[in-house]
Each structure stands twice: as structure tokens, then as C-alpha cells.
Ligand binder design. Structure first.
Ligand SMILES: Nc1ncnc2c1ncn2[C@@H]1O[C@H](COP(=O)(O)OP(=O)(O)O)[C@@H](O)[C@H]1O
Ligand SMILES: [Mg+2]
Length: 934
């Protein structure tokens, strides 16, 4: 029964009906423990089936906090074996069977998959997803909850979070900013009539004056009231008179909620209490099987105690499992054990679960109390060290913070100076690397190098150090040590090859390309017929990188093929595979092979999603964004660079992505938006010492052009370090700006460089660039028209428009009889700019040609509308049509070869452009639009 919550209940029930009708919503229910949050939400959910909604329910647990996603895995029934491919993929991922190498974030990958799973489940049937005790959920769960909350209007989903008030955690507090006040249900004390009604129901009659006064002390908290009345009944302090009024007879009444709970527990037999203490170690909800394991008894032996606990109102059934009736009851049992006893119990439970091959997270949950109590002197037992070594890799991927805590203690307690300590140190360094503490990872690895002799472990440690140094930019001073390592006795070819690869990688980090080339080649020679995928794959990776930097794009392609053939399918080399794929995509792009480039990037993206590498995912997205920018698909480019949040990307990637966005906005005359992107990029650029990022440099130069400062725009481009092979994409604009301000020497220098590049290459845009620069230098309109044709063949519309523009100017400046040609080129350029929606260029060009007396430009189609159906970009239009067909985001993603996240971004753009709130509204708008346009 539920008393005194009619208003709240009817709001929740109405929201469930809304969800069933396709209008999703995110809701927070908060209030003191025992105030009736779970009871209220459960009562509302009881109406879900009739409304046509399925219900998923999971809860946070105090002990589960260091381990990611348990509440959601539980709610969405992601268990060891299912027959659902999505769920299987998630549990496989968390089980560590696909590992994206060091720095992989399996929890993030699983989170991504869970969001997709929710999408798919909602596609089957509208849903209510409840996360109870959200204040105890891990951060990844909270992050997923908030991602779902932000996109919930795209789904037939009622998302409910239940938590205690005034959370101290910032991530929880931010949920209250996402969920508006209208969607917040704050539960306070029950009103007096409701209190009396509840007491009457519990006591079996109308409360008399004394009982009513006592009940009044319970602060309108139904849990307290329940515990209180039950306690009174147990000690026979209640008496019903003939008129049906219940009155107090005794004096000994509990005067706080904890006391009332203690009273309930006090009535249990010692045997039942023992079993319940063991259960309290497992959590609020637990499986009977686990209880059997940790108590080392049979089910038959446990049954009497469990029955007693249920009869006494301590335990309740929860699906196939059991649960404490309220978390406060579990806490009471747990807290009555002294810390040392508790830790010993937990340790025994961990051992029993590990012996029974329980999942990694269930064992870890029992081991963690041992290390989270800072003053604990309990050493990590040898079995736990062995277990940790076995599961380290998946544990680090899944719960790096927990892995750090456990491995740190294991390193401290394991016997010194042997392979075990070395290996443990390796894993601890990996774990630190996984949580982003690069400095600590490096320190651990260096310290272990001082004492470990085993060459396998040593090479592993060197690898960690090189990786850390690569990130912190202190690679140079480790080179002597690496060279020295090569001379140590007892090395096999495989060890030497790996060390040579590390030296090659270090040179590559340092930009010493020739040395990188030399050592990578030496590594391959050292290996000879010996097979070592790691060494071969990385050596080829360095060689392909060298080729890219040298601009030898065609030469890089076969290196990718060879490397990929070696590393493909090896889970330990996933990260390398990702890097190879991304670089391959960039290389295809540089060769004007756009389709191949997009295909390679899509493969990288898919693998990154699947294996949890958000950093690589954002690199792949960024590569796609730049390809789309060059190919003139600007709306799609804007969507791609917007997909991953800035704080999850490498700073250089953030700079590139905001550069792409700024370039597009500048060309479109959306100056304020462009400048916002530049401001953000500036913050990140500073963090990486203003490293050269091509797109950002282009955008910064464009900003000065916008401000009519061509000299400064040129200066930005020429400031790129001389001799830098990167920056080829900047040459065209450099020559153009230099020509504009009459800096003939610079034009001539660039022309010479472009000619040299084109001489060795058959790539269309390189040849076009040479023609463009020469045309600018010689003011030769015919040459510039040929450049425009070249850019057409390279499928680069912006460059093509610029070449046509230059040709038009050259014609106009030349002779009067060329006016016809000038007008033709001018018209063509305007058309191309208009197709890109580059309004700034259109306006600029028109003004310029008014000065030549060429006024009548063609009619320009301009997507002026910013709202409504006609404002949708072609891709948005396609996606809207699929939404109308009833496809989910993952299905649309599959159809259009986009990532589900990109589709999500597009759908939210569609919603705001149409000014509507749900997918159903999109369908309605589509129907309206169709009938309106006949
Ligand atoms: N409105 C209510 N009417 C009757 N009983 C209630 C009500 N709210 C809560 N209870 C009872 O009080 C106890 C505590 O409620 P619960 O929902 O678990 O609290 P919370 O989730 O806020 O900690 C439960 O036994 C529940 O059945
Ligand atoms: Mg509750």
C-alpha cells in the first residue's frame, strides 16, 4: 500500500504514459533514506505494463562504487550468457576478450554499447529505466545516465534516477542541471493524515492518542514508522480495544530509526544473524549461490536462516535473488562487525568466489575493502597476487581505479626482486597509464627496471616508459638508456628487435625522421625469420609514418597493408591496428581517394567503438571531418567534429576539429560562431605548446582575412616552420594571399616548391596546386582555369572555386576583350561557393567584381532558413526520413555508414531545427510538410 503520495504518483504515471506515446523524459526522485522513494517509483512502475511499457530496474550499491556500470548491467540484464548479440558484446568487452592495448577504456566502450542497447530496447517497446540509489553509482553509470537524459527526447523512454538529497559529488549535482525543476520529484515527510493512515494499517486499527504522538516523532518517515510499529508489536506494547483503537501499553520504545532497526535484528537467532552478516558483505541485493559460496555451506543448511530472515522482514525476494528490505538494514548489520573482522570476511569471500571462477568484478568487490581502508595492515595473500596477475588486463580496462588500488598493495606485499614483482609493477604502471597518471606510470616502470632481470619483463617496462615519455615530450633523455639496453647480455633477437623499435619510436616522437627510418629498418632486419607481431607491426608503423611525413603517400600504402596483415585480429595489438587504419585513411585522402579514405576511417571508427578507445575514436572522427571539409560536404563535416566531447579528445584533435568548424563558419559568414571555435581551440593549443595543427592555422589565417588584414593572414601561414613537410595544404592560400598584396617573391618561392612537389607525383590536387601557383605568379588566367579543372578531378570544390575566382580576376585585369571569359569564370566560381553555402565568399566576390563593372551575378540559392523542414541539410533530411520510417539510431547508423553517435547528433539538430521534442513529432512534422507542399 502507498499512502499520502497521490500527487507524486499521478505525475509519474502520466510520464509513463507519455513515454508509451513516444515522448521521453528524464526524472530525478530524491529524498531522505526511508522516505518512500523506491516504494513510490515501484508503485508507478506497476502501471507500466498496462501502459505498454517494459521496466528495467537497477540499483547502486555502496560496495560496488569502484567498479563501473554494475547498476546498469544489472538493470539491462547483461549477464554472462544471453542470446542477444548486443548484450553478449558488452559482457565480452568487460570480460577482456577484446583489449585495445594500453590506455583502452573498456568501461567507456561498454557505456557506449549500453546506450545503443537502450536505443534498441526502446525500439522493441517503450521503456522505463530506473536507477535506484544513484548516489552510490559509479561515475560511468552516472555519465551514461546523463547522456541518456540529454538524448531522452529522441526515445520512448522514461529515465528515472532515485537518490538521496544534497549529493556531494559534482557529477550527481550536475544531473540536477540537466533535469529541470519540473521533472524533479522531491519527497518530504508524509503529511499527518497519511501518517495516521499508515500507522492504522500497520497496527491493525486506528491509533490512539499516545501512539499517534509517538508516530508524530517519526518525522513522517514511512520506514521509521514501519520499524517503529513492528518493534512495538514484537514486544507486545500494542493493544486494540473494543472500539478498534490501538494504544500503547508498554514504555520501552525505540527512539530513533537505527534503534528500531536494531530492535528488529535483535529478534533474530544467532544462526540467522551470522548468515545475514555474510549476506551484508555481498551487498543490498545478492544471489543465493554467492551466499552458498562465501558461507561454505549448502543451500539446505542456509534455508532455515533465510526463511527466518524473510519472516522477520529483514530480507525480501528480488527477482531470482534476495535483497535486504531496506539498505539501512544491511548497513546496520555490516557496521556491527569490527573493521578487522569485516576485512577478513571479505577476503575469505573473495577467495571463495575466485575459486568458484566468479566474474572479475565480483571478486574485486570483495578484495577492495582490504585496500581501501588506509590503515589496514592485512597483507595481500599469495592467492590474490596470482589472481591479480591473471585478471590484470581486463581489470585495468574495466576498472582502472580499482586496479590501481589492488595492484599497488600487491606490489607492496609481494616478495621482492623476482619476475612476479616485475610483472606486477608492469601491470601497475599500465593501470596508472589507464587512469591517465602518466608520471606515476613512468616512475613505477623505472623503479622496477632497477631490479628486474627477466628480459621479457624488462622490454615490457621499457615500452611503458617510452610510451609515457612520448606523451610527456621527454623522449630524448631516455635514448642512452635504450641504446645501452641493447648491449645487455642474454637478449634474444626478439628482445633486440623490440628495443630497436622503441628507439625508432623515440626518434619519431622527436621528429628525427631519418633516424626513425634507420632503426625501424634495423628492427625488421634483426628479426629476420623470427616471428614477433608486436615488433614487426610497430616497425612497419614507424616506416609508414616516416613515408607520410615525407609526403611519400603512395609509398606509405603498401606499408599499411603489410602491417595490417601482421597485426589484424590480435587483441593485444588493437591500438596499433587503430593507428594504422587512421593513418591509412589520411593517406588515401592525401591521394584524393576519398571513397577509400572514408571507408578506412569508418573501419577505424567501428573498431574504436567496439574496443573502447575514445581517444582513437575521436582521431578517426577528426580525420573524417577533414576529408569532408576538403570534399565540400560541410554540414556533414560539422556534425562529425562535434560528436565526441572536447574533454575526451587529445588536445591536438580538439584544435583540428575546432579549426575545421571555424573554417566552415568563416566561409559561411557566420563570424561569431567561427570565433567561438577559435577561442576554444586557443585554450587547447596552449596546452600543447602551440604545436602545428594545419586546420587551425588555416582558420586563424582566415580570421585575419575576415578582418581585412591580408598581410597578417599571410604572416600566419608563413610562420609555419620552414622546411616543415607538413603544411602542404597551406601552400595554395599562401600563394594567393601573397599575390593579393603584391609579394611576388613569396609567390615565386611557393610556386617553386609546388612545382617540385608536383614533379614527383601524379596526385591530382598536387598537379592542380602547381598550376594554381604558376597561374598566380604569371597572372595567367588559362593556367588558372586548368588548375580549376585539376581541382575538379581531385573533388575539392573550395580549391576549385578559388582557382576560378583567380582566373576571373586575371581575365578582368587583362584585356577588355576578355570580359566575357571573366564573367564566365566569375559566374562559375559564385555557383560553386553558393553550393557550399559559402555566403562570405559570394558576397566578397560580388563586391570585387562590382569594381570591374561586372555586376549581374547569377541567381544564388541560399539556405537562409534556419528553422523548419527546409533548413535541414541533405544528410539531416535523409536521417529524418529514416526516423519517420521508424528506424532507431543504431539502425540508421548501419544504413548510412555513420556512427550511432553521429546519427544522435544529427537527430538532435533535426529536433531543434523543427522545434519539436520527440521522434514521433518528427513523423508528424514530416506528414504536415508533405501535405503542405502537396
Ligand atoms: N507512501 C507510503 N505508504 C506506505 N508505506 C510506505 C510509503 N513509502 C514508503 N513506505 C514503506 O517504507 C519503507 C521505506 O520506503 P522506501 O521506498 O524503501 O524508502 P527509500 O527508497 O526512500 O529509502 C518501505 O518498507 C516501504 O514499503
Ligand atoms: Mg530506496
Amino acid at each position: 500500500m502507498l499512502v499520502g503520495r497521490d500527487g507524486e504518483l499521478s505525475r509519474l504515471v502520466a510520464w509513463i504514459r507519455d513515454a508509451a506515446a513516444g515522448r521521453g523524459r528524464a526524472v530525478l526522485v530524491d529524498g531522505e533514506p526511508g522516505i518512500g522513494k523506491s516504494a513510490l517509483v515501484r508503485a508507478a512502475c506497476a502501471t507500466a505494463a498496462d501502459a505498454g511499457c517494459q521496466v528495467f530496474w537497477g540499483a547502486g550499491d555502496e560496495l560496488g562504487q569502484p567498479l563501473p556500470l554494475l547498476p546498469l548491467l544489472d538493470a539491462l540484464q547483461v549477464t554472462q550468457v544471453t542470446r542477444d548479440p548486443r548484450r553478449d558484446a558488452i559482457s565480452e568487452l568487460l570480460g577482456g576478450s577484446a583489449v585495445a592495448g594500453k590506455g583502452a577504456d573498456l568501461a567507456a566502450a561498454a557505456a557506449e554499447q549500453l546506450i545503443t542497447l537502450v536505443d534498441e530496447l526502446c525500439q522493441d517497446e517503450p521503456a522505463v529505466l530506473v536507477v535506484d540509489e544513484l548516489q552510490w553509482a559509479d561515475r560511468t553509470t552516472v555519465a551514461v545516465w546523463s547522456r541518456l537524459a540529454r538524448s531522452v527526447r529522441q526515445l520512448p523512454l522514461l529515465l528515472i534516477g532515485v537518490l538521496r538529497p544534497v549529493p556531494r559529488r559534482d557529477d550527481l549535482r550536475s544531473l540536477f542541471r540537466i533535469v529541470g525543476p519540473a521533472e524533479r520529484v522531491r519527497l518530504g515527510r508524509l503529511a499527518e493524515p497519511a501518517v495516521l493512515e499508515l500507522v492504522a494499517a500497520l497496527a491493525g486499527g486506528k491509533p490512539g492518542a499516545e501512539l499517534a504522538r509517538l508516530a508524530d516523532d517519526a518525522a513522517g518517515n514511512p520506514l521509521y514508522l514501519t520499524e517503529l510499529v513492528d518493534a512495538l508489536a514484537r514486544s507486545s506494547c500494542l493493544e486494540v480495544d473494543t472500539a478498534g483503537v490501538v494504544e500503547l501499553t508498554g514504555a520501552a520504545t525505540p527512539d530513533s530509526l537505527p534503534e528500531a532497526i536494531a530492535d528488529r535484528l535483535g529478534f533474530l537467532t544467532e544462526a540467522a544473524r551470522g548468515v545475514l552478516r555474510a549476506a551484508a558483505l555481498l551487498g543490498v541485493g545478492f544471489s543465493v549461490a554467492d551466499l552458498v559460496t562465501v558461507t561454505n555451506s549448502s543451500l539446505a543448511e542456509l534455508l532455515p536462516a533465510l526463511d527466518e530472515a524473510r519472516a522477520a522482514g529483514v530480507l525480501v525476494a528480488a527477482g531470482d535473488d534476495l535483497a535486504f528490505r531496506h539498505p539501512l538494514i544491511r548497513t546496520a548489520l555490516y557496521d556491527e562487525m569490527p573493521t578487522a573482522v569485516r576485512i577478513a570476511w571479505h577476503q575469505a569471500a573473495a577467495w571463495a568466489l575466485a575459486e568458484a571462477s566468479a566474474p572479475v568484478e565480483r571478486v574485486a568487490r570483495q578484495l577492495l575493502p582490504m585496500v581501501s581502508t588506509t590503515d589496514s595492515r592485512v597483507p595481500v595473500p599469495p592467492w590474490a597476487v596470482r589472481w591479480l596477475l591473471d585478471v590484470a588486463t581486463p581489470l585495468i580496462g574495466q576498472a582502472p581505479v580499482a586496479a590501481v588500488a589492488l595492484l599497488r598493495r600487491a606490489v607492496r606485499d609481494a616478495p621482492l626482486d623476482d619476475t612476479v614483482t616485475g610483472t606486477l609493477a608492469c601491470r601497475l604502471a599500465d593501470a596508472y597509464y589507464g587512469v591517465g597518471n602518466v608520471a606515476q606510470a613512468e616512475r613505477i616502470a623505472l623503479r622496477a627496471l632497477d631490479r628486474v632481470r627477466d628480459p621479457d619483463v624488462r622490454v615490457d617496462l621499457y615500452t611503458t616508459v617510452v610510451q609515457c615519455r612520448g606523451l610527456t615530450g621527454c623522449s630524448a633523455d631516455f635514448l642512452p638508456e635504450l641504446n645501452n639496453a641493447l648491449t645487455q647480455p642474454g637478449l634474444q633477437a626478439r628482445h633486440r628487435a623490440r628495443l630497436l623499435v622503441l628507439i625508432a619510436r623515440t626518434h619519431r616522437y622527436l621528429g628525427e625522421i631519418d633516424d626513425a627510418d634507420r632503426f625501424a629498418t634495423a628492427a625488421l632486419a634483426e628479426l629476420g625469420p623470427v616471428e614477433d607481431r608486436w615488433a614487426t607491426g610497430w616497425a612497419l608503423h614507424v616506416l609508414s609514418f616516416v613515408a607520410m611525413v615525407r609526403g611519400e603517400w603512395a609509398g606509405a600504402l603498401p606499408l599499411f597493408e603489410r602491417a595490417m596483415a601482421v597485426v589484424r585480429g590480435d587483441p593485444a595489438l588493437t591500438d596499433l591496428t587503430l593507428q594504422l587504419r587512421i593513418n591509412q585513411s589520411v593517406t588515401f585522402g592525401a591521394l584524393d581517394r576519398h571513397t577509400d579514405a572514408l571507408a578506412a576511417a569508418a573501419q577505424a571508427r567501428e573498431l574504436a567503438e567496439r574496443t573502447g578507445s575514445v581517444a582513437r575514436l575521436s582521431q578517426a572522427q577528426s580525420a573524417v571531418g577533414q576529408l569532408l571539409l576538403a570534399a565540400g560536404r560541410w554540414d556533414d563535416a560539422l556534425a562529425e567534429v562535434d560528436v565526441v566531447a572536447d574533454d575526451r579528445k587529445d588536445p591536438a584533435v580538439v584544435c583540428g576539429d575546432h579549426g575545421v568548424a571555424a573554417i566552415i563558419h568563416f566561409h559561411r559568414g557566420e563570424t561569431a560562431a567561427a570565433r567561438r571555435h577559435l577561442d576554444i581551440a586557443a585554450l587547447y593549443s596552449e596546452r600543447i605548446g602551440d604545436q602545428f595543427v594545419e586546420c587551425l592555422v588555416r582558420a586563424c589565417s582566415l580570421a585575419f582575412e575576415h578582418a581585412s588584414a591580408p598581410e597578417r593572414a599571410l604572416a600566419v601561414l608563413t610562420a609555419v616552420p620552414a622546411g616543415e613537410d607538413a603544411g602542404e595544404e597551406l601552400l595554395g592560400d599562401t600563394a594567393r594571399l601573397a599575390a593579393t598584396i603584391g609579394d611576388v617573391r613569396t609567390v615565386a618561392a611557393i610556386e617553386a616548391r609546388a612545382r617540385a612537389i608536383a614533379a614527383e607525383s601524379a596526385i591530382p590536387h598536387r598537379r592542380a596546386l602547381a598550376l594554381y601557383c604558376r597561374g598566380l605568379l604569371e597572372r595567367d588566367p588559362t593556367m588558372l582555369l586548368r588548375a580549376a579543372d585539376g581541382y575538379r578531378d581531385a573533388a575539392r570544390p573550395l580549391s576549385r572555386a578559388k582557382a576560378l575566382e583567380a582566373a576571373a580576376i586575371a581575365f578582368a585585369e587583362a584585356r577588355a576583350e576578355d570580359r566575357g571569359s571573366a564573367r564566365a569564370a566569375f559566374t562559375h566560381a559564385i555557383d560553386l561557393y553558393a553550393e557550399l553555402d559559402a555566403q562570405w565568399d559570394v558576397a566578397r566576390l560580388r563586391a570585387l567584381f562590382r569594381a570591374f563593372g561586372i555586376r549581374r551575378g547569377p541567381k544564388v540559392k541560399h539556405r537562409q532558413v534556419t528553422h523548419g523542414w527546409d533548413s535541414l541539410t541533405p544528410t539531416e533530411g535523409r536521417i529524418a526520413a529514416l526516423v519517420v520510417e521508424g528506424l532507431s539510431n543504431p539502425q540508421i547508423a548501419g544504413r548510412l555508414y555513420l556512427s550511432p553517435r553521429t546519427v544522435g547528433t544529427h537527430v538532435s539538430h533535426i529536433l531543434s531545427k523543427l522545434g519539436v521534442h520527440s521522434r514521433i513529432d518528427i513523423a508528424r512534422e514530416a506528414a504536415r510538410h508533405q501535405s503542405a507542399s502537396g
